[in-house]
Design a protein around this ligand. Structure first.
Ligand code: CP3
Length: 352
């Protein structure tokens, strides 16, 4: 039994009494208690791979703020890790893939991971979090998009200009398509396993789709996300499982994204929610989109900006309040609290 199902209702565009709110990267370095647990784990990867600790940090933001969702503490790079590509997180440097995929022969060596074997630790974390949440709020599972995960796999880590994967896209598109197809199969199985383990909504993070030209976005990113969504288990425990699709920088393509079979679109802060709502013609819910940098400002200014985001979406259901991207590590937790409180206080007026 869910005590608070505002998020699930809003994602399905059902009536709510106030706008639900959560934050991308809500469990993370801006919380001192997160840094303490990570220190106990030793490093980030161990934190992800130890279900008890992943559960602990998943619940930390909920103990501080009245959020309407928990998001599984994990990473989009668990799949490259399961593919045996050698994942490392060096402090202050971001992720590194030891054996990047650069050729056709690199791709054909890869096999689709069994999520209940190689990624068993994720499913154990999902089951444990569900037990500990005890129906307080729903749990969101997630994965990266094939394109976004592919950028890390081909580049060998984070990238500024995506030179290697874009060279592959233009010179040898068949090899890139083969890699993306393998990631699509892996991600569909991975998300379905999360749903079976207890994830009550799922989100696909396409952090780097926005670096593509429009046609390349459709062919190399959206196409594969649509494929994943088409293969997802959409009902579990007698409830619908909403799917959220988020392409950072995807504001120009919302209409096409809305036709992917998803229930909701994540919107970053470069698109006005009123324009986004018109673009999708109210066919899907919208999640977003306060500029994460706004949280550097004072609580008074934060409240004004929250009011502006709520007004921009306007009256009616189908809005989930969030940041337009992940919260930054330097944000004072009291500023996040001010944002959540403002949503609680200002949003009921839009649902009467
Ligand atoms: O939102 C949440 O609270 C759930 C946890 C979550 C993490 N990563 C934890 C994390 C989620 C949903 C992600 C997704 C993720 N991971 C994305 C897509 C979302 C986005 O923000 O665009 C991407 C691109 C990654 C890959 C990744 N993981 C990078 C580039 C980095 C290093 C950069 C950084 O912020 O340090 C990570 C590490 C990471 N993933 C951290 C956390 C809390 C920081 C690790 C640490 O504790 O030092």
């Amino acid at each position: 039994m869910l005590k608070n199902d505002l998020l699930l209702r809003a994602l399905l565009r059902l009536p709510v009494e106030r706008t639900p709110v959560w934050m991308m990267r809500q469990a993370g370095r801006y919380l001192p208690e997160y840094r303490a647990t990570r220190a106990r784990a030793g490093n980030f990867l161990k934190l992800c791979m130890t279900p008890e600790l992943a559960c602990e940090v998943t619940l930390q933001p909920l103990a501080r703020f009245p959020l309407d969702a928990a998001i599984l503490f994990s990473d989009i790079l668990t799949i490259p890790h399961a593919l045996g590509l050698g994942l490392q997180f060096e402090t202050g440097e971001g992720p590194r893939i030891e054996r990047p995929v650069r050729s056709r022969s690199d791709v054909v060596r890869l096999g689709v991971p069994d999520p209940n074997v190689e990624l068993r630790y994720v499913m154990d974390a999902v089951r444990l979090i569900r037990r500990e949440l005890d129906g307080q709020v729903p749990l969101i599972g997630f994965a990266g998009s094939p394109w976004t995960v592919g950028t890390y796999i081909v580049e060998g880590g984070g990238s500024r200009n995506f030179s290697r994967i874009k060279a592959m896209m233009y010179e040898d598109p068949a090899t890139l398509h083969a890699l993306l197809a393998l990631l699509t199969d892996s991600t569909r199985l991975y998300l379905n396993a999360q749903i079976e383990a207890g994830a009550q909504a799922v989100m696909i993070f396409d952090t780097w789709g926005g670096v593509l030209s429009p046609q390349r976005y459709l062919d190399f990113s959206l196409h594969y996300m649509r494929d994943i969504i088409g293969g997802l288990r959409r009902k579990h425990e007698g409830r619908q499982i909403p799917v959220i699709l988020f392409t950072k920088g995807g504001g120009a393509w919302l209409k096409a994204m809305a036709q992917s079979g998803c229930d909701a679109l994540g919107v970053d802060w470069t698109t006005d929610l009123a324009d986004a709502r018109r673009a999708v013609d109210d066919r899907v819910a919208l999640q977003g989109n306060l500029d994460p940098n706004c949280l550097y400002a004072s609580p008074v200014r934060i409240r004004e900006e929250v009011a502006a985001v709520l007004a921009s979406y306007g009256r009616g259901h189908g809005h989930v309040f969030n940041l337009g991207h992940g919260i930054h590590p330097e944000i004072p937790p009291e500023h996040a609290a001010a944002m959540v409180q403002a949503v609680h206080e200002l949003s009921p007026a839009y649902h009467r």
